[in-house]
Ligand binder design. Sequence first.
Ligand code: ATP
Length: 291
Amino acid sequence: VNVFFRPIEKINAVIETYPKGIAGFQRYTQFLATEPDIADCPGAIELVRPRGEIRYAQVSFGYRNGRRVLDYIDFHIEPGETVAFVGPSGAGKTTICSLLPRFYEPSEGTISIDGTDIRAVTLRSLRANIGIVQQDVFLFAGTIRDNILYGRLEASDDEVRHAARRARLDTMIADLPDGYDTVIGERGVKLSGGQKQRLAIARIFLKNPPILILDEATSALDTETERAIQASLAELSEGRATLVIAHRLTTITKANRIFVVDGGRIVENGSHEMLVSNQNSAFYRLAKATD
Ligand code: ATP
C-alpha cells in the first residue's frame, strides 16, 4: 500500500511549549538543541499576537562545522494555512522547521512572521507564538493540572479544563481518583502513550499560538487512539499556520500545500491532488519508493 494514501496508522505527538519561568526544560530533545549564541538582539521588540504569515526568503543553513544542509529555501505560508514537508530522510524537513523558533540561525536569508524579521523580536515572544508537537511528550512529576499549565503558566482553572476538553482528556481525568489533582509521573499514575499525547495537545490548546509545528509521529498507538489523536491535531491546527514535518507521509492529505524537500532544497510544491496526478513529479517517485 502506498503510504501517501494509507490512513493514519501511527502518530506520536510530542508537544513542547516554551513558558516563561521554567528553565532547563529546553534541553531534553535533539530538536530543542539550541545554539548558545542565539540571543535577543539589542532593542529586540515583542512579537505580539501575529496573524501567522510566514516567509522564508533565500534561507541557507549548515550545522556547526558541517556542510550546507539547506540551500536557498524560499516559501510563504498564509495565516491559518497547513503545509506539509515531505522528502527522503535527511532531506532537511526538520531543519527547515527548527529555524522558525530560532533553535538555529540561518547562515543566509531571512525568515519573517507577519513581515517582521524573526531576529528583530525577543526569543521569548517568538516562541510564545509557536506551538510544537514533537516525538516525545515531556511530563514532569506533578499533578495533571500542573502538567497542562505548563502550556501557559498564568492560565485559570477554567481555561485548563477547557483545554483538556478540547484535547479529549476530560473524561479520562474525571475517572482518576483525584481528578486534576492526581499526581502523574514516576511516583504517581502512569499515563498511556495516547494520554500523554492528549495532555501535550491540551498544553497547546492552552497556549493557543497562531503558529504550529507538527513533527509527525513515528511510534505506535492503537488505531482507535491514533484516530482520536489525529482528530485532536486537526482541530488544533485549525486557524493556525501549521508546518507538518512528515516523516511518515501520513498526515499530508489534509495539508493545503505540500513541499517536497530533497537535498536541502524545495524541489516541488503543490496540492496533494496536483502532485499525485503528475507521474513525472518528485512526489510521485517518492510515493512509489515508499510503497
Ligand atoms: P528525517 O525525515 O529523517 O527526520 P529530515 O528531512 O527531517 O529527515 P533533517 O533532520 O533536517 O532531515 O536533517 C538534514 C541534514 O542535517 C541531515 O544530513 C542530518 O544528518 C543533518 N543534521 C540534522 N540535525 C543535525 C544536528 N543537530 N547536527 C548536525 N547535523 C544535523
